[in-house]
Write a protein that binds this ligand. Structure first.
Ligand SMILES: NC(=O)c1ccc[n+]([C@@H]2O[C@H](COP(=O)([O-])OP(=O)(O)OC[C@H]3O[C@@H](n4cnc5c(N)ncnc54)[C@H](OP(=O)(O)O)[C@@H]3O)[C@@H](O)[C@H]2O)c1
Length: 362
């Protein structure tokens, strides 16, 4: 009998890619859900899946959608807004759960469901996406070359032509210009979201991109996990105009000129889509480590580079990998935790092997 997987937001920007990948796996039956599936009717028909109308904040609709479900993939963010409702329901009712959360406090707080998830014999994981899952998997691979890791600097920059979702936009705007705590030189320092930019060089065809400080789960998880004295995470857009525009909005927010910046997401998305023809699809992710080996300084970096329009599959790959493993081999552990150390880099890149996405190590 096939295993039912409910993909909440399964027709959204990342959700649709997860749905397409999972619906090709034998033994899996995909159901997509969201508040307005009728708006994506053609896409849902093309994917050949069943659709349900569900609001993740509404327990009654959630309850009926979760009937007989083996595992849930939740893409309905931003997660600091949508909260733990789905994860809590799954933990209580023994349904395996994975989400794409990048909200720092949400991912950290998922452990509060640990006791309940163990009691119901299920696994609840938060943040199965670029951060903290892929960034941690890249650190794990490089860590073997070091005696001691001092600094971890991660960065992401998608290509301008790639689609952008409103949930991701709201998530970025939630910390743009707001105070964030960053672990620098062995102590917490106060910085602001989308500030302290840095230009980094990605391998071809991306080249140089400017990236800005972001508030992501890695900032809490990595100092403890790797003992590093400095951990930063930056993201940037391909077009300098957007990068600077976001920076400026952050400054105005700091000055008190803007209140509810996340509420601007719809309008900003509309404007940014006018500029979609500019730039390209190529985008990527970099993790740079600095530390020591045999008393000598050592530096290593790894890049995951999408050379075509399949870049948005990168943040989807951990959730796809987990569901594939759970459906094929069963779930080997129980509890509730951030998605760090559950997948190896090979498990993740396996999901990307049919696309023009490459790993580069320097
Ligand atoms: N951790 C990472 O590295 C990482 C990387 C990329 C993205 N993300 C996160 O992934 C999430 C998804 O991003 P996206 O760009 O794909 O977003 P999106 O395009 O806006 O899609 C969100 C989907 O969720 C549905 N949805 C939203 N609120 C809902 C609710 N209350 N009840 C039911 N369905 C709801 C939406 O459909 P309806 O509007 O029809 O309900 C839509 O299908 C974001 O939170 C983003 O921050 C994380």
């Amino acid at each position: 009998m096939s295993k039912k997987i409910l993909i909440l937001g399964g027709y959204g920007t990342f959700g649709r890619r997860i749905t397409r990948a999972l619906s090709k796996i034998p033994g899996i039956e995909c159901i997509v859900a969201g508040r307005r599936p009728h708006r994506a009717r053609k896409l849902i028909q093309a994917m050949g899946v069943t659709a349900l109308e569900v609001d993740v904040q509404d327990n009654a609709s959630l309850k009926s959608a979760l009937e007989g479900v083996f595992a849930v993939v939740n893409t309905c963010g931003p997660f600091h807004e949508t909260g733990y409702n789905v994860a809590r329901y799954c933990a209580k009712n023994g349904i395996h759960y994975v989400d794409l959360a990048d909200s720092r406090d949400y991912v950290k707080g998922i452990s509060k469901l640990d006791k309940q998830a163990r009691a119901s014999n299920c696994l609840i994981v938060a943040g199965a996406s670029s951060v903290p899952t892929i960034s941690a998997a890249l650190v794990d691979v490089m860590a073997a070359a070091f005696d001691r890791i001092d600094e971890i600097h991660s960065a992401i920059s998608p290509g301008n032509k790639n689609p952008r979702g409103i949930a991701t936009m709201r998530s970025i705007l939630s910390y743009t210009g707001m105070p964030i705590r960053v672990w620098l030189n062995g102590r917490w320092a106060d910085r602001h979201g989308w500030s302290d930019s840095e230009k980094i060089r990605f391998p071809s065809p991306i080249g140089g991109r400017r990236v800005y400080l972001c508030n992501v789960p890695d900032l809490d998880i990595f100092p403890k996990r790797y003992g590093a004295r400095t951990v930063t995470f930056r993201a940037g857009l391909e077009l300098g105009l957007f990068n600077f525009g976001l920076y400026l909005l952050g400054v105005w927010r700091r000055w008190g000129w803007i209140r509810n910046l996340p509420d601007w997401a719809g309008r900003l998305l509309l404007v940014s889509n006018w500029f979609r023809p500019l730039g390209g699809y190529a985008g990527g992710m970099r993790v740079l480590l600095r530390g020591e080996k045999n008393g000598k300084p050592l530096e290593h970096a790894m890049f995951l580079i999408a050379r075509d329009d399949n870049g948005p599959l990168i943040p989807c790959s951990p959730a796809i990998a987990l569901i594939r493993q759970w459906a094929r081999r069963g779930v080997s552990t129980t509890g509730a935790m951030p998605c760090v150390g559950l997948l190896k880099l090979d498990d993740i890149t396996e999901q990307l092997k049919d696309y023009d996405i490459v790993l580069v190590r320097t």
